[in-house]
Design a protein around this ligand. Structure first.
Ligand SMILES: Cc1cc2nc3c(=O)[nH]c(=O)nc-3n(C[C@H](O)[C@H](O)[C@H](O)COP(=O)(O)O)c2cc1C
Ligand SMILES: [Fe+2]
Ligand SMILES: [Fe+2]
Length: 393
């Protein structure tokens, strides 16, 4: 994508990454991701964030189409994660006079990640920087996503450069702005990004939303995904709902199955949810990455988990997904459990232990030996219905 003017004097100069398979070395990127960087051009010029190191040349080319990169006066580092800071060594060589601005807690990271100690300055909370015609101010939002993270605000055009906050996975498919894009593609990518990347930090996200509300914002320009100019409140609402772990009034059925017994029950449970007039999604935990299960579970208030007993415990793919969900501390779920066993069982009991640890509301369990009987399946439908009724109310 070409450099794109977001507002007069403010240009997107980011890149699309369609080749990295695993974000942070572990989260699959089936639709890629963008690293958004922005030029703010007043009499002085600031670059807000950069890109992952392999894309530094592309970033420089884009900057050069707006201003001579040598002319950069400031490099604003909202966040030290290398998907945004990786091009700093190249930028320092190209624009040796540009001052690096970051929070105080970013300074040791700049030194240890890139050896940058000279021409580096810590900015204070609320500090302003007059670029001549454009005015930046700096607003730390710790732990969205790292302790040193801040957002930068441009006051004349009312643009918030929110970094990871309000970001999403998904490369930019030819459109930069929310009013040009297919939101049916981006919304699930925002949810998956939130759950996988910032989901650990729900309280910091809510604090950031509250803090940034004090600014008059017309455009939200995050460092991943779309720029929100038609309805910036939309992505803030979505982040708020995800951070409060409200969950849509819908149900996710997550299961694993070796020989179809548990799978038959998953279908019965899902039919029960539908019978109660509630949307349901069925996910085979062995066939998707745990990060997908996490995102599906984060989206919906109801969660019904099924597992056959395997070596006295939970089926590995189901256990792996649930451990990830537990590690991310997803709360506030209404749940049901089911599973088949061959001789002594154990999976459903262990799942119940996990549910208890997480403080989720357990509405019922259906554990059965071998193939489900008609009576077992009827109980499964009832379980689906019960969870559905609870998430509706
Ligand atoms: C490798 C393996 C390990 C198993 N371990 C146990 C076990 O420890 N306890 C038990 O009761 N059943 C065990 N079973 C039996 C299954 O739980 C049982 O066949 C169940 O009906 C499988 O459900 P599914 O068809 O949904 O996979 C095991 C089965 C397999 C293939
Ligand atoms: Fe990050
Ligand atoms: Fe990021």
């Amino acid at each position: 994508m070409n450099p794109t003017e977001v507002r007069p004097g403010i240009h997107w100069v980011g890149v699309n990454d369609r080749t990295t398979d695993l974000f942070e070395g572990q989260w699959p990127l089936p639709h890629g991701v963008s690293y958004n960087a922005y030029l703010v051009v007043g009499r002085k010029v600031a670059l807000i964030d950069s890109v992952k190191a392999p894309f530094a040349e592309e970033l420089l080319d884009k900057i050069a189409r707006v201003v001579d990169p040598n002319r950069l006066d400031y490099l604003v580092v909202n966040h030290m994660e290398p998907d945004h800071s990786g091009a700093l060594p190249v930028l320092r060589r190209v624009a040796p006079g540009a001052e690096v601005l970051a929070t105080a807690s970013a300074l040791p990271m700049l030194a240890r990640f890139y050896g940058l100690t000279r021409g580096v300055r810590a900015v204070a909370d609320g500090e302003t920087l007059d670029l001549g015609g454009k005015v930046l101010s700096f607003h730390p939002i710790p732990f969205v996503h790292w302790p040193e993270t801040m957002a930068t605000y441009e006051g004349t055009e009312r643009v918030l450069f929110s970094c990871d906050a309000f970001g999403g996975f998904g490369a930019l498919d030819g459109a930069l702005f929310d009013d040009e894009a297919d939101l049916a593609y981006y919304d699930p990518e925002v949810v998956r990004y939130f759950a996988n990347i910032v989901g650990m930090h729900t309280r910091p996200v809510l604090r950031a939303i509250e803090k940034l509300q004090g600014l008059s914002i017309e455009v939200i320009a995050p460092s991943h995904g779309l720029v929100w100019r038609r309805e910036p409140g939309r992505v803030v609402d979505l982040y708020g709902r995800l951070a409060r772990m409200e969950g849509e009034p819908a149900v996710t059925v997550v299961y694993g199955s070796m020989y179809d017994h548990t799978r038959q029950m998953a279908d019965a449970v899902a039919c029960g949810v539908t019978a109660a007039g509630v949307p349901v999604r069925v996910v085979d935990a062995a066939r998707v990455h745990p990060s997908t299960v996490l995102a599906e579970a984060w989206r919906r208030k109801g969660l019904i988990v099924g597992s056959p007993t395997y070596d006295t415990g939970i089926f590995p793919a189901v256990g792996q997904a649930l451990r990830l969900i537990a590690r991310k501390r997803l709360g506030n779920r209404v749940v049901g459990l089911f599973g088949s066993f061959g001789w002594r069982g154990g999976a459903v009991g262990k799942l119940a232990g996990l549910v208890d640890e997480l403080g989720w509301e357990l509405l019922g369990k259906v554990e059965f030996r071998g193939a489900p009987t008609a009576d077992d399946l009827a109980q499964g439908r009832e379980l689906g219905q019960a969870v559905a009724e609870r998430v509706k109310g």
